[in-house]
Design a protein around this ligand. Structure first.
Ligand code: CA
Length: 268
């Protein structure tokens, strides 16, 4: 860990110098000038990183790339900053002095933060990366990293988010990704069958509306599917078991609807 850290700092400092050189000669890299990269738009970046050397490297590097950067060193400062200013993207270190970066991210996502987030991490196991993405990160970069790569990824992230037609659906501690059909509860992946996914999707898409048994069957089953009797009840039962009882509300005599956000959290 110590060696990685040292290498990281050296790498950052080397890049820092490189970026500073570049500032005096913007055409240096690949013939692409800073202005060209962010034409007509200044990206506002929040950097949450407690290591001063790394942070100053990032700030200098991204600023040299033409981005506007705010730096905070703690999770609580990040929260405060997000309340008072608008950002286009956030760079988040996972090892923060007051709180784990992943916890911060999860919490911000639950509160409805839609800002794209790139996590910086020295934790390089697959599990850590998966955890980060499941906590709501849009991308990650392992330390040590190249500042130009960081800037390039931030731009890519913004483009991707801007062009994203289907957004992650959030409901309390629950998230559902319509494109991948992945479900998480409090940041943890939940394994749902195809039927359960369809059922959940139908409920999420009809927030506040009561769906009849027939309507739900139509969403869950294809025309050619053979229907076992009582099958819908079985899927609802499974969904409640996996996501909490409150996820599906029975409306007597009418059908079902999505329960209130966080209604089933404690019964997970
Ligand atoms: Ca740190």
């Amino acid at each position: 860990m110590g060696a990685v850290h040292m290498y990281c700092i050296q790498s950052i400092l080397a890049r820092h110098r490189y970026s500073l050189d570049r500032r005096h000669n913007p055409g240096l890299i690949g013939g692409v000038s800073n202005r060209h990269i962010c034409e007509g738009f200044t990206m506002h970046v929040l950097v949450c990183e407690d290591d001063e050397l790394i942070a100053s490297g990032i700030v200098a590097g991204l600023t040299a790339q033409g981005l506007t950067v705010e730096h905070v060193a703690t999770a609580s400062a990040a929260r405060a900053m997000l309340k008072v200013a608008e950002f286009d993207v956030m760079v988040l270190d996972l090892g923060l002095p007051d709180e784990d970066g992943l916890k911060l991210l999860q919490q911000l996502r639950h509160q409805g933060l839609e800002l794209p987030v790139l996590i910086l991490t020295a934790r390089d196991s697959v599990t850590d990366r998966v955890d980060g993405l499941q906590a709501g990160a849009d991308d990650y970069l392992l330390k040590p990293f190249d500042l130009r790569e960081l800037a390039a990824r931030l731009h890519t992230l913004l483009r991707r988010v801007a062009g994203r037609s289907v957004n992650l659906i959030e409901h309390g501690a629950l998230t559902y990704d319509p494109s991948s059909r992945e479900t998480t509860l409090a940041g943890q992946p939940v394994d749902l069958s195809r039927r359960e996914q369809s059922l959940l999707q139908a409920l999420l898409h009809n927030r506040g509306r009561v769906l009849s048994t027939e309507q739900l069957k139509d969403s869950v089953y294809g025309f050619n599917d053979e229907l076992e009797s009582n099958a819908l009840n079985v899927h609802i039962h499974h969904l409640r078991r996996k996501l909490g009882n409150g996820i599906v509300e029975t409306v007597r005599g009418l059908g079902y609807r999505l329960g209130p956000a966080d209604g089933g959290e404690e019964s997970k």
